[in-house]
Design a binder for this molecule. Sequence first.
Ligand code: ADP
Length: 301
Amino acid sequence: MKKLEIQGLKKKYNGKWVIKGIDLTIDEKECVALIGPNGAGKSTMINMIVQILAQDEGRITLDGQDAKSVREKIGFLPQYPEFYGWMSATECLHFMGELSDMEKKDLEARIKEVLLLVGLEANANKKISTYSGGMRQRLGIAQAILHRPELLVLDEPVSALDPIGRREMMQLLEKLKKEITILFSTHILKDAEEICDRIAIIKNGELVADKTVAQLMKEESSPIFEVEFTGDSDAWQQTLLQNKCVEKIEKIGLVYQVHTTNQKAGAEAVLSSLLNIQGEFIRVENRHQSLEEIFMEKVGK
Ligand code: ADP
């Protein structure tokens, strides 16, 4: 079942479109990463989904209902959650629960439950001002899921954390994704790859890919031939680039990376080109584009 459905979403700032017509759906219990470079439009998208920013065009629905009318089904962790440092986690969650009109008896039990879930039970009565970055983010999650939302949206949840905090958060998300539908933004590919079922890549306000990691690797990863030899390469490069299957040649250190569209034709073109080099041949090796390289290509770096 479609949990979240976004159709033709657009937003403009100062007369300039920054979200240019995005369609995206997320199924029940799916975990999707919205990934793109800074300025791509991730926060703008997320703020519209969680209903703190109005779109100019398009529709956002949850279980088929306008997201505006079912706002309580969404839990949100902003990029920089703010807390009163003098409160403890328990006090903070009490305060939040009362603000969202949760019933007192239910609230007591639920606070214990979420503190256990996010691993803060031992520190529940310590002041938040003594918490590490990772603990604050986990409290942010506790707050976001307190009212039992069905969709959890997180804006860059781990990018400001140290490696230990990051690991704790990733483990928590891994646990949560069994229970709840998750959408989170990041500019770090490794985070997306680690826990997501699907990766939606955004660039300049447009979706440029929306696939599982396996699909991205299968459908978008093109063959690369790494070639090493000594001597002048100008004539070699020019001849090789005349082949239709050769897209580009990049030099990284001493290695020429020949990007091709087809494994067999690429191998033929590269191997035959090496018969005519001037210098000394060292090696040729074939590999496929990594996920990182596919991502970099998609976001245009
Ligand atoms: P990301 O989260 O991917 O870094 P943002 O959604 O923050 O990207 O920004 C997308 C684009 O919208 C950027 O060009 C940014 O400068 C612009 N933008 C974001 N918020 C505002 C705002 N309040 N006023 C004007 N422009 C904005």
